[in-house]
Design a protein around this ligand. Structure first.
Ligand code: GLC
Ligand code: GLC
Length: 638
């Protein structure tokens, strides 16, 4: 340790001591100091790498803020911190099940959401992601992703106190609360944004503002367009003629993390949320937080350093808070965010996209390859596996991976886009294009699981809905069994269909993602227990998959070993684990074809003669091979 470094650390230690409040009990303070000993060197080294040693005064403030936040942290959360420290892999359990919903669309407001807790228990949720619920511009707020204050709940939904109460009540019901930390940008109505527009120098430095097009043009030479339907490029013009960075909508202004004060300010907002009882923060749009001229300004090394620095701050002041990374990017980049010291959880966009790819092609090569090659992630981290989210589906597979099967990535994406928006003969899917960019050929897909899987088409043509229902269950069976937290988009478990009503709302009409965000499907929920109804056929069988998963300890953690089925339509993998302390393996087989598929005796010859089929509870004989019905799934304990 060089002397300048030691001096600063001592200085900060002294400042901390004098900031210590009389009221803080000795043990509480000691635990903070113990964490300071391990985390401060890491935080300081990250800070120096990002900002250089000159930013140490800002670093001191960050640490003082963290200490103050720890002192304000409610006792029940400190108890939770301590108990999670004893069971740090709690989120890798096979009992985990996630759900996501918009508070307003699903339950009206926070009070309404509380009333849904009995249903969440019935479903088996242990993790609930509430879509952004903060103060936001009234007209259009990108579904809440334009935040005007991180400390205020949107008054139409409730108050921050209600959110804290809800967090407590959910926790009492075994459900962890997940909310977004939208830290790449604020809305144009945030007080920092208003200050910047008014020319306040303090807040002008919070954003990327330029007097003319020179720098914007320079950046845009290498930066991808994210929402080209909204505005071309990455900048929008202010009323006074200046240009401001806005990666997403024109009212979402990117924060300037080259300014250490932005880091400090946002670390404060994060800890504030943590102290409301949030268990996991979904780190929104992580790829975009650092900009560097001449680069794509996505997933730059500093983006990781910043996330690690936020992580270190959290270890100091809210030690049990977890980060979930939202990096919907190339799979090589997705994994770079996943680390116990960075984001412990991550969306698994590759698995999501390839489930849909396999449903379209009835072929499993890319999905099997992804499970073999791209599924393993570090200890202490886990995937969040999902069939679809509130966002569009982008075809983020690697072209190099696809080329190994003779698949041309560009052409194949065109096929998938055509297939999922029903521009391909006999497609079952009823998706809607999102950000169709004729200039680049880029396009993504919006829609609910049921509409994408064929339920809407079957209703239109009056065909049987069996195949669509089977596709929905098949897709969910994969996210329930590959390892990680399965995340349901609530309403999909009763087969909710696309909602075209957004086209009538001028604030939503330009953003097709709203087609996949229908209101609470009350009619469908009402019939969920009746397997004779469409909703019930999906719900009762999905519930069964969920129940079996929760009883199957081999599904804990993420270990997965490929199983070659020698059948292009049938996906196979093994989940080795422990059952009552003994080694045990579950073999998963999943048929993506509309026709029965056989797995030959020879392929199964390495397995015991009989296996227990967990979904039926019946023994299955494997010596003569195995025939899977259309879209059939087997979970075989061998
Ligand atoms: C994330 C959200 C998306 C939003 C964007 C900008 O990608 O999932 O809905 O539009 O960030 O905040
Ligand atoms: C994310 C993704 C992008 C996605 C957007 C919103 O930031 O990177 O692909 O389309 O958010 O939908």
């Amino acid at each position: 340790m060089d002397s300048a470094h030691a001096l600063t650390e001592n200085h900060i230690r002294a400042a901390l001591q004098s900031a210590r409040r009389e009221t803080t009990s000795g043990t509480d303070w000691e635990s903070f100091e113990a964490r300071f000993d391990t985390e401060f060197p890491r935080l300081q080294s990250l800070f120096h790498r990002i900002y250089g040693p000159d930013a140490d005064t800002e670093l001191l403030q960050v640490v003082l803020d963290a200490a103050a936040s720890w002192q304000e942290r409610p006792e029940d959360l400190k108890t939770l911190d301590a108990s999670r420290a004893m069971a740090p892999d709690w989120f890798s359990s096979n009992r985990m099940l996630g759900g996501v919903c918009y508070v307003d669309l699903y339950a009206g407001n926070l009070a309404g959401l509380r009333e849904r807790i009995p249903y969440f228990r019935e479903l088996g949720l242990t993790y609930l992601h509430l879509m952004p619920l903060f103060l936001a511009p009234a007209e259009n707020s990108d579904g809440g992703y334009a935040v005007s204050s991180y400390r205020d709940v949107d008054p139409t939904l409730g108050t921050m106190d209600e959110l804290a109460d809800l967090a407590r009540e959910l926790r009492g019901n075994g459900i962890a609360l997940v909310v977004d930390f939208i830290f790449n940008h604020t809305s144009n109505e945030h007080e920092w944004a208003r200050g910047a527009v008014a020319g306040d120098p303090e807040y002008s430095d919070f954003y990327w503002i330029y007097p003319d097009r020179q720098m914007p043009d320079a950046y845009e030479r290498t930066v991808r367009e994210i929402f080209p339907d909204d505005h071309p490029g990455s900048f929008v013009q202010l009323d006074d003629g200046r240009w401001i960075w806005a990666t997403f909508h024109s009212f979402q202004w990117d924060l300037n993390y080259r300014n250490p004060r932005v880091f400090r300010a946002m670390a404060g907002e994060m800890l504030y949320l943590a102290n409301q009882g949030v268990d996991v923060v979904r780190m929104d749009a992580v790829a975009f937080i650092w900009k560097q001229l001449g680069t794509t300004c996505e997933s730059l090394p500093e983006a990781h350093l910043l996330l690690q620095a936020f992580n270190a701050v959290c270890r100091l002041a809210a030690p049990s808070l977890l980060f979930k990374s939202e990096a919907i990017v190339h799979p090589d980049e997705v994994v770079q965010y996943i680390d116990p010291g960075e984001c412990q959880l991550s969306y698994n966009p590759l698995q999501m996209a390839l489930i849909w790819n396999s449903l379209a092609t009835r072929e499993v090569s890319l999905l099997a390859q992804a499970l073999e090659r791209r599924h393993a992630i570090p200890d202490g981290t886990t995937w969040v596996n999902y069939v679809r989210s509130h966002d569009d589906i982008g075809w983020t597979f690697s072209d190099e991976d696809a080329a190994e099967f003779g698949i041309n990535g560009h052409d194949h994406r065109r096929f998938l886009n055509a297939f999922f928006v029903n521009r391909f003969p006999d497609s079952f899917a009823r998706g809607v294009p999102f950000q169709d960019n004729p200039r680049t050929g880029d396009c993504r897909i919006s829609g609910t699981t049921a509409s994408l899987a064929g339920l809407e088409a079957a209703q239109q043509t009056g065909e049987e809905t069996d195949a669509a229902v089977a596709r929905i269950l098949l897709a969910h069976s994969i996210i329930l069994s590959t390892g990680g937290i399965p995340l349901l988009y609530l309403g999909d478990e009763v087969g909710q269909l696309n909602d075209y009503g957004y086209l009538e709302d001028p604030a939503k009409a330009d953003d097709s993602r709203w087609v996949g965000r229908p209101g609470y499907p009350a009619d469908r929920y009402a019939t969920r227990q009746d397997p004779g109804t469409e909703a019930g056929a999906i719900f009762t069988r999905l519930r069964q998959l969920i129940d079996v998963r929760k009883r199957t300890p081999e599904f804990a953690g993420g270990r997965l070993v490929p199983f070659t089925t020698h059948n292009a339509h049938v996906l196979g993998y093994q989940r080795p684990g422990l059952l009552d302390g003994e080694e045990s393996t579950v073999v998963v087989l999943a048929n993506f074809a509309e026709t029965p598929q056989h797995i030959g005796a020879e392929t199964l010859s390495g397995l015991p003669e009989t296996a227990l089929e967990l979904l039926t509870g019946e023994p299955t004989h494997l010596r003569t091979g195995l025939t899977l019905e259309p879209h059939g799934v087997r979970w075989l304990r061998v």
